[in-house]
Design a protein around this ligand. Structure first.
Ligand code: SF4
Length: 282
């Protein structure tokens, strides 16, 4: 009888063991969270935390920064601050253009909730990225779906609402569902970066989100696109393949086109229309 080990069988056994260990860690974290769950604090209490955070994290020149601030906090420092202040009441928003933000946060808060807005209109590559993040990273994916399916929306508002009234379409498929889900958290973390668009150039690291009634932090606000890619390369972070195919900004398929070299990175979003934002961040 041969005593040689089948290398494929060994690899499969190792993969099964990794999956088992991952599932056990995730279940243990869910149990710990359930045991430590507490009610959401009042808006006044959360605003006070924002005031302290702005003094602590923002560098010289920012409104609310400490008078002796010498520099702006790094992304990791912002996340560590949020972990201290908000415990488990943290949600990370991710469009699945890349998994850099979930990676930055999960390094400090494993199994953090990562919210994915499933509008029903994403590219296949975006759904593939979502699945790869769920199976390959120590995060908990939370799919958020609109109140109506695409078919129900077509029946109620006519086919392809995005082509006639993208503002309403984004309101129904992004803004309202996210608003509903954020009610359960004290802070949400976004990947908004100042260089992405003129509308984002004054993005703070921490702010009060009046529209959604919770704290909003933007740890990557100061990052450039090159810094984002450098982080992804260094840490082997999952990227949406469309990023390397002419789509530096990835939204729903009907409202996103390729960008030419030298164009604004968000020029491919709602191209030809006045609309530049979906309403989640401005
Ligand atoms: S990006 Fe386009 S398809 Fe997606 S929700 Fe907005 S209008 Fe609708």
């Amino acid at each position: 009888m041969s005593t040689q080990t089948d290398p494929l069988a060994a690899l499969r056994a190792a993969a099964r063991e990794r999956t088992r260990a991952r599932d056990a860690a995730k279940a243990a974290d869910a149990e710990r969270r359930a045991a430590q769950a507490r009610p959401k604090r009042s808006a006044a209490a959360l605003r006070e935390i924002v005031r302290r955070g702005q003094a602590e994290l923002h560098g010289p020149g920012w409104p609310g920064a400490s008078p002796d601030a010498t520099r702006e906090a790094t992304a990791e420092e912002v996340v560590a601050w949020a972990a201290r202040e908000f415990g488990d009441s943290v949600a990370v928003a991710c469009s699945m253009a890349d998994a850099v933000l979930p990676h930055v946060v999960a390094a400090i808060k494993p199994w953090v909730d990562v919210l994915f807005l499933d509008t029903g209109y994403h590219f296949a590559e975006t759904y593939g990225t979502r699945d790869a993040v769920e199976t390959g990273m120590d995060v908990t994916i939370v799919d958020i779906t609109p109140r109506q399916t695409v078919a129900e929306q077509d029946a109620a508002h006519g086919k392809d609402l995005w082509s006639r009234d993208p503002g309403l379409c984004c309101q129904l498929r992004k803004v309202e569902p996210l608003h509903d889900r954020l009610a359960g958290y004290e802070v949400w973390v976004t990947g908004v970066r100042r260089e992405e668009a003129p509308t984002r150039s004054a993005t703070p690291l921490v702010a009060w989100d009046e529209k959604n009634g919770l704290v909003k932090i933007n740890p990557l606000a100061a990052w450039t696109f090159d810094e984002l890619l450098a982080y992804a390369t260094k840490h082997g972070v999952i990227l949406n393949p469309l990023l390397n195919d002419g789509y530096p900004s990835i939204g729903c398929a009907p409202c996103t086109r390729r960008v030419a070299p030298g164009e604004d990175p968000r020029a491919g979003r709602w191209a030809g229309l006045d609309k530049t934002e979906c309403g989640l961040h401005v």
